[in-house]
Design a protein around this ligand. Structure first.
Ligand code: ZN
Ligand code: ZN
Length: 208
């Protein structure tokens, strides 16, 4: 029976006894799943087969794949994303590798010296953006926050000074850039230079 939204359903008429039910029932909580065998099995089970075809590993309820398949799929996704990124030539700005952000090559090299891992060949170029303020938006937001009665038409003092200040702020920040980790662009790291720096560092450490 389809019940229309808002239609009143009387308690006395809301149920009927059936004796001929056929279908899948969760053995743990007793929920009836009709023809849905998969959901009935999924319902309260805590140990389930991995959903990769041919994989015989087990997984817990809230994962689709076993640990191994999940790691493989993540690596495949990362590699595909990296392949898709556009290669930028002669890039010389901040960058990031595996979610670690570097302001410049020097800080990356320092990291390599400390951690002793091999330098990467490529890194992601973050997106740049700058923030512009809008005097009206700031004021409207303040009015909204004050929860004034509707229709309130405020006329603040010093409005033109405030506008001028916002304008000046925008001018002074037009060059200020913020960076966001996006995966659209990549560039080649100067491997030769990095290796030279690392070799020099190794030599210096030896001498000490
Ligand atoms: Zn259940
Ligand atoms: Zn698996």
């Amino acid at each position: 029976m389809m019940v229309k939204k808002d239609k009143m359903v009387k308690y006395e008429e809301a149920a009927e006894q059936r004796t001929n039910l056929k279908g899948w029932v969760c053995k743990v909580c007793g929920r009836y799943w009709g023809a849905d065998e998969r959901m009935a099995r999924w319902c309260c089970s805590t140990d389930q087969p991995c959903e990769t075809e041919g994989c015989t590993n087990r997984k817990t309820k809230h994962y689709i794949y076993c640990e191994k398949c999940t790691a493989r799929k993540n690596a495949e996704r990362d590699a595909a994303r990296f392949d898709k990124a556009e290669l930028v030539e002669d890039y010389d700005g901040p960058f990031f590798i595996d979610d670690t952000f570097y302001w410049d090559m020097e800080s990356y090299i320092e990291d390599l010296e400390q951690e002793d891992y091999e330098p990467q060949e490529l890194a992601y170029v973050p997106s740049k953006f700058c923030i512009t303020l809008n005097a009206d938006d700031i004021w409207n937001q303040a009015v909204e926050c004050a929860e004034l009665e509707e229709g309130y038409d405020a006329d603040p003092n010093g409005w033109s000074e405030f506008q001028a200040a916002v304008e000046k702020f925008n001018q002074q920040n037009s060059e200020a850039t913020f960076y966001e980790e996006t995966y659209r662009k990549k560039f080649k790291l100067p491997l030769e230079y990095i290796q030279e720096e690392l070799a020099e560092f190794a030599k210096e450490t030896e001498e000490k």
